[in-house]
Design a protein around this ligand. Structure first.
Ligand code: ARG
Length: 282
């Protein structure tokens, strides 16, 4: 994990993407409504926005896995280890074998969690970019028992696992309402968390380092952002949010992802960072 290496990302082309079942509120009434050409062009635009910032690898899409495009949910990378997801919903369980096979070929050491533990990878497990903390969203997809299983993996390297309970079904994965940014900064949508979790976040991250987004920005998936080298790539942001991000020296890149929001995902969900944890500047 050399500090100067280019970031690496995994994506999956949306050839077989669609809404074919309903496992989150965004998918309700969207079955069969995805426009495949529009989805492909939105995904390609995201790819083009990210490719100057990172080296992108693509996993082959699979015909019966319409949500496989959301590679954030493949698992969690920890150095040379890959902790595979165990999906809460049977609808996505078929993706597990594809992602495990990819990770093996990519020479990761597969480190599974116990059989009965639900875990949805980097959708729920996000590394802080300024402190040795792995934030873990739980409640809708990942279960709380994943916290102690992940502690066994990351604590020997000096990282703590901080569980955050998600309470708003629209924000069912941590990456839909929480985005760690370099230097230990944070975008978050406080109402997505229970009061104790909000206290936990606000106790760890000083006020001038966190930005609570409005409901309007949260609903446009502004927290579901990919932050790389001073750019923050997302579906959409209000002018107020863009101005705040600008004060932090971040260039906001908007790339519309409406077809993917029908399935409840946007920029961050469509990527998996492969060089984690990112080296934290001293
Ligand atoms: N339809 C997918 C699901 O409900 C969307 C996943 C979005 N991924 C994410 N990392 N938030 O599982």
């Amino acid at each position: 994990m050399c500090a100067n290496a280019r970031p690496r990302i995994l994506m999956c082309s949306p050839e077989y993407f669609g809404v074919e079942y309903v496992i989150n509120p965004w998918m309700a009434d969207q079955t069969g409504k995805v426009r495949p050409r529009e989805a492909m062009s939105q995904w390609s635009a995201l790819y083009d926005a990210l490719s100057p910032l990172a080296d992108i690898t693509c996993i082959a899409p699979s015909p019966h896995q319409p949500d496989m495009v959301f590679t954030a949910n493949a698992g969690m990378v920890f150095g040379d280890r890959f902790v595979p997801s165990r999906f809460r919903h049977q609808e996505r369980a078929g993706e597990e074998a594809h992602f495990a096979c990819w990770a093996e070929h990519a020479a990761y050491a597969i480190t599974p969690l116990p059989d009965d533990v639900f875990f949805e990878g980097a959708g729920d497990a996000l590394y802080d970019r300024g402190r040795p903390v792995l934030w873990l969203g739980y409640g809708f997809r990942t279960g709380l028992p994943a916290a102690s299983a992940l502690r066994d993996i990351v604590e020997p390297s000096g990282l703590s696992v901080q569980p955050l309970r998600l309470v708003d079904p629209r924000f069912y994965h941590l990456d839909t309402c929480f985005c760690p940014i370099s230097g230990g900064r944070l975008l978050y949508y406080p109402p997505a968390f229970d009061p104790e979790s909000v206290r936990r976040i606000e106790g760890a991250v000083p006020e001038d380092q966190r930005l609570a987004v409005s409901e309007e920005d949260a609903e446009a998936f502004a927290c579901n952002a990919v932050c790389l080298n001073g750019a923050i790539v997302m579906n959409r942001a209000t002018s107020g949010l863009k101005a705040r991000l600008g004060e932090w020296g971040l260039r906001c890149v908007e790339t519309p992802l409406g077809e993917f929001m029908r399935a409840g995902g946007a920029a961050r969900c469509l990527t998996l960072r492969l060089d984690e944890p990112e080296p934290v500047a001293a």
